[in-house]
Design a protein around this ligand. Structure first.
Ligand SMILES: Nc1ncnc2c1ncn2[C@@H]1O[C@H](COP(=O)(O)OP(=O)(O)OP(=O)(O)O)[C@@H](O)[C@H]1O
Length: 148
């Protein structure tokens, strides 16, 4: 089944939103397949955001991501990449719909609480970077109550 990489950024951790974010993905029916609470260093954050290295906000973005611990996760389920992005909401919280994580809890684009892979290919790359040992191996016992 499809997997995505989700990261609660330092502001989400500082503001006590870890439980809420995890709860939203769990209640939807997605399966947690990896979880780490870690501080990343500058080279690692630069690697994660390498596609944005030419952007004017790149160094501020890297400073933000290394400013405190983050929660890195692998979530699994049908269409989890796209649906995960919908649960998270638009990149700029000013445009995120109420009911989404950013729409409910964030105001500024540079403090938007959470990251989610934007495609299945990015998800594979990001999971390989953050979880070199791969996902946890377990199967949910309620699978048939979620999927036909
Ligand atoms: N104009 C900007 N000013 C400051 N920070 C920005 C700006 N645009 C994007 N960012 C930051 O860079 C991150 C990555 O930008 P990107 O365009 O990849 O958006 P995204 O895919 O929605 O976000 P993420 O990759 O964090 O899920 C954003 O989540 C945000 O934290």
């Amino acid at each position: 089944m499809e997997q995505t990489f989700i990261m609660i950024k330092p502001d989400g951790v500082q503001r006590g939103l870890v439980g809420d974010v995890i709860s939203r993905f769990e209640k939807k029916g997605f399966y947690l397949k990896g979880l780490k609470f870690i501080n990343v260093d500058r080279p690692f954050a630069e690697k994660h955001y390498e596609d944005l290295s030419a952007k004017p906000f790149f160094s501020g973005l890297v400073d933000y991501i290394i400013s405190g611990p983050v929660v890195a996760m692998i979530w699994e389920g049908k269409n989890v990449v796209l649906t995960g992005r919908k649960i998270i909401g638009a990149t700029n919280p000013a445009e995120s719909a109420p009911g989404t994580i950013r729409g409910d809890y964030a105001i500024e684009i540079g403090r938007n609480i959470i990251h989610g892979s934007d495609s299945a290919e990015s998800a594979r790359k990001e999971i390989a970077l953050w979880f070199p040992d791969g996902p946890a191996n377990w199967q949910s016992s309620v699978h048939h109550w979620i999927y036909e």
